[in-house]
Each structure stands twice: as structure tokens, then as C-alpha cells.
Design a protein around this ligand. Structure first.
Ligand code: HAM
Length: 442
């Protein structure tokens, strides 16, 4: 029989394995703590939705909907009907659907957050994957500028708690739909006057989504784009006031920002405030977090109108940034490693370990390496494993100890190999001496 070929993961989709997964868990832990401190509650929606949620919610002519969604037709039901489904490319549309469907705003605004995988069929490169993860925060049912500012401050609190310092904040206001319509007409007129300078992409977008032309990466079009009518000049009084109020709060909070009139975001649902957090440390994919206000999305997908604002950050990018900035993340290690010398010791050892674990001590048990009945291995090889585990203590279940109804506790790190005997009968009495100091835990 020929050897079956090795099956690999799908391009752009990553396995998250130890020791890296500990960094993910730490980040998630910090996220939960910061969200709780701001009274944001967790939401989990399906990773698949009806395709039309995204075409309607994100906009037909966005890159995501045009070419990046993983979509397929479901199997036919008994009536011969089949749904068009998509893996979620982002979390806001699904969350807003859930909020509308379950009438979550019936007793007032809600502050929510989520954390999970998203899927976009982009060209994989550093910081850009086909399955990636977002942490998102959304506040629904609040229309005032104070919540835009709270959102931004929430992200800043997260950077602080994670130890990230290399970021800058860019802000813009996209105004309201009627202001955008006027600006759009001016923009189309401007680009029509300069047709010959437009590239193919821009020509295609001229009448469908001219705002996105401002986002072009084409160096030949930079001068043209610089001279284009700016949306900010088309904002009415109320929009200007909202934007000014957001900035006043940020200023009073000691936050620095830069207004970027070309910041338009890649999704169509935004109005008024939009923002991005950008770092210089990650090369081309430097946007670690983006968001803004989306006051019309709920009604667009058929819900009762309600204002909303939110953001999402890219977990892979933030973790990469933590690495670039040399942020130390606590590495998990058991408190103790159980060295077990003979088959007779296994059952009493395991009884003792379960009792210790019930007291909150993290214990790793030595187990026979490899297949078959090869035995536990020599003391020397077991101690090597104990050292590699990072444990601070070895628990030695040897024949001598068992005969005396005891276990030897040996310090592996500080304490220079000091050892004491403890009674097997009452592990709860000495479990506390094995626990790590609270500050080395998450
Ligand atoms: P977005 O700007 O499309 O916004 O994505 C937010 C963040 O997700 C980006 O800034 C980036 O860090 C990360 N990200 C996006 N695509 C990828 C990828 N292919 N690989 C790795 N990371 C990626 C949204 O998704 C909106 N739902 C944000 C929002 C929430 N607006 C209002 N509420």
C-alpha cells in the first residue's frame, strides 16, 4: 500500500498551538477583564448567516461582498428550496441581526462584545489571513457623541492593559446620508472632469462607489485624490457639532488623534464618526482596529431603527504587535510535576493528584512515553520532563514513600532542591504550599 499523502490546512487558515495558544488565552483574558470594567456583555452569534445579511448590510460594491466571501448554496430542504449561506466576513452584521431578531433594545441601549473567527478570501500575507479573529465591541441604542468617545477610550484601555504603546488614532466624520449624497455628486463631477487619470478600478467605481476611489493605493492617482472634494466640507451643522463633541471628550481624556479626511473604511454601513488605530510596527497591514457609527444598519436589515457605534480589532495583528514590542506574556506552567516510579504507585498517586487539583494546584502527571507497555521510564528521564514542564515542584511517588504513606515534595527552582515528606492521607493540608504566588497567574 502506498503511503497516504500528508493533508495540510487550507491556505490562509492557521492552527493555533501551544505555546502560542497561551498568548491567545492571555489576550482573551485581558479582553474579558477590560470589557467587564466598561460593562460590556458578551454575545456569540453563528459563524454562518444568510448571504443577503451581508450583501444588504455591508454593501453590494464593497471588496468583501464582491470578491471575498465564502458563500455556497445549502442542501435543498424537502420543498426543494436551498438557502444561500456565507461564512461571516465580520461580526457587526450578525450581531445587529441578533439584536433586532431578539428585540434586545426593548428596555434601552445595550453594550455588547464578541470574540471569534471571521472569514475573508483575501490574498494571504503577513497580518492578513483567510480565517482571522476579531474582538468587537458594539453599543446599540445610544446616539450621543459620548458613546463614540467611550468606544475609542475602550480600545485605548485595552492597548494600555495589553502593554501596547505604538499606535496612533485616526478620525474622520462621514456625515449623514444626505450630506454624503451631496458630496458624492461633487466627487463624481470632479472625477468625471479627470476621467483620463482614473485607473480601471476607479472607473468601475465612479458611479457605484466613488468614495472608495479616495482609498486607492495607486501612486499615479494620489495627486488627483488629494485635490478631490472633501466630505468634511459638506457636513451640516449637526454633524459638525457631533464630531466636535467627540473630539472635545477625547481631548479632555488626554487622547491624541489625527483627522484623516480620506479615512472612509471598507464597509458601507458607517455614518458620522469613523476611526482606525494604526501601528507603524507591522508593515503594510498596520490597522489593528477600526470602526465607527452605523446608525442606519439595523433598519437596513429590517429591524426597528436605532443608533449604534462599534469597532473590531484583529487578534492576529495585535498578537504580532505584542511580539514586536517585546511584551512579556505569562507562560503557563504547572505548579507541580508528579514523578511516578512503579506501576503500584499509579493509583495512589492519581488519588493524591486529584485531591491537590481540587485545591487549585496545577499538577502534570508523568505518563509512559510511546506505545505499548514500555513503563514510566527512569527517574532521570522523569526529572528531565519535570524540569521541561516549568513546574516549581516535583512530587515523587516512589516505593519508599508509598510504604510510609507519604510523598516527597522537591523544590525544582528556588529552594535549591530542598525536599520534605508530606502525608498522602491529607493532601488538602499541604496543597497551599505548592500554589504559585497569585501575581504570577493571569
Ligand atoms: P474591518 O476594518 O473590516 O472592520 O476589520 C477590523 C479589523 O479586523 C481590521 O482593522 C484588522 O485588524 C482585522 N482584519 C480584517 N481583515 C483581516 C484579515 N484578512 N486578516 C487579519 N486581520 C484582519 C470590521 O470588520 C467592522 N465590523 C468593525 C466594526 C464594528 N465597525 C463597527 N463595529
Amino acid at each position: 500500500m502506498s503511503k497516504p499523502h500528508q493533508i495540510t490546512a487550507i491556505k490562509g487558515m492557521n492552527d493555533i498551538l501551544p505555546p502560542d495558544s497561551a498568548r491567545w488565552e492571555w489576550l482573551e483574558h485581558v479582553v474579558r477583564r477590560v470589557m467587564a470594567a466598561h460593562a460590556y456583555r458578551n454575545v456569540r452569534t453563528p459563524i454562518m448567516e444568510l448571504t443577503q445579511l451581508f450583501t444588504r448590510g455591508l454593501g453590494e460594491v464593497t471588496d468583501i461582498v464582491e470578491k471575498e466571501m465564502y458563500s455556497f448554496q445549502d442542501r435543498q430542504d424537502k420543498h426543494g428550496d436551498a438557502d444561500h449561506l456565507s461564512l461571516r466576513p465580520e461580526g457587526t452584521a450578525g450581531l445587529v441581526r441578533a439584536v433586532a431578531e431578539h428585540n434586545l433594545l426593548y428596555d434601552g441601549g445595550k453594550r455588547l462584545y464578541y470574540l471569534g473567527p471571521m472569514f475573508r478570501r483575501e490574498r494571504p500575507q503577513r497580518g492578513r489571513y483567510r480565517q482571522f479573529h476579531q474582538v468587537g465591541a458594539e453599543a446599540l441604542g445610544f446616539g450621543g457623541p459620548e458613546v463614540d468617545a467611550e468606544m475609542i477610550l475602550l480600545a485605548v484601555a485595552l492597548w494600555r492593559e495589553l502593554g501596547i504603546t505604538n499606535w496612533r488614532l485616526e478620525l474622520n466624520s462621514l456625515g449623514q446620508p444626505d450630506e454624503r449624497r451631496q458630496h458624492r455628486a461633487a466627487l463624481i463631477a470632479y472625477f468625471e472632469q479627470h476621467q483620463e487619470q482614473l485607473d480601471e478600478d476607479a472607473r468601475r467605481r465612479l458611479h457605484s462607489n466613488p468614495l472608495r476611489i479616495l482609498d486607492t493605493k495607486n501612486p499615479a492617482m494620489q495627486a488627483l485624490v488629494e485635490g478631490a472634494p472633501k466630505l468634511i466640507d459638506y457636513l451640516g451643522e449637526a454633524s459638525q457639532k457631533h464630531f466636535a463633541a467627540v473630539q472635545a471628550i477625547l481631548q479632555a481624556s488626554g487622547i491624541e488623534w489625527r483627522i484623516n479626511p480620506r479615512l472612509v473604511r471598507g464597509l458601507d454601513y458607517y455614518n458620522l464618526t469613523v476611526f482606525e488605530f494604526i501601528t507603524e510596527s507591522l508593515g503594510a497591514q498596520g490597522t489593528i482596529c477600526g470602526g465607527g457609527r452605523y446608525d442606519y444598519l439595523i433598519e437596513q436589515i429590517g429591524g426597528k431603527p436605532a443608533p449604534a457605534v462599534g469597532w473590531a480589532l484583529g487578534v492576529e495583528r495585535v498578537l504580532e504587535l505584542l511580539r514586536e514590542e517585546g511584551v512579556q506574556v505569562p507562560e503557563p506552567a504547572p505548579d507541580a510535576y508528579a514523578v511516578i516510579t512503579g506501576a503500584d504507585a499509579v493509583a495512589p498517586a492519581m488519588r493524591c493528584l486529584q485531591a491537590l487539583r481540587a485545591q487549585g494546584v496545577a499538577v502534570q502527571m508523568h505518563a509512559a512515553p510511546g506505545a505499548g507497555d514500555a513503563g514510566m521510564g527512569s527517574m532521570k528521564s522523569q526529572f528531565k520532563r519535570a524540569d521541561a514542564s516549568g513546574a516549581r515542584y516535583a512530587l515523587i511517588f516512589g516505593a519508599d514513600e508509598l510504604a510510609a504513606g507519604e510523598v516527597t515534595v522537591k523544590a525544582l527552582r528556588d529552594g535549591g532542591g530542598a525536599q520534605v515528606r508530606q502525608p498522602l492521607a491529607d493532601p488538602a493540608a499541604w496543597a497551599g504550599s505548592l500554589k504559585s504566588p497569585a501575581d504570577s497567574k493571569h
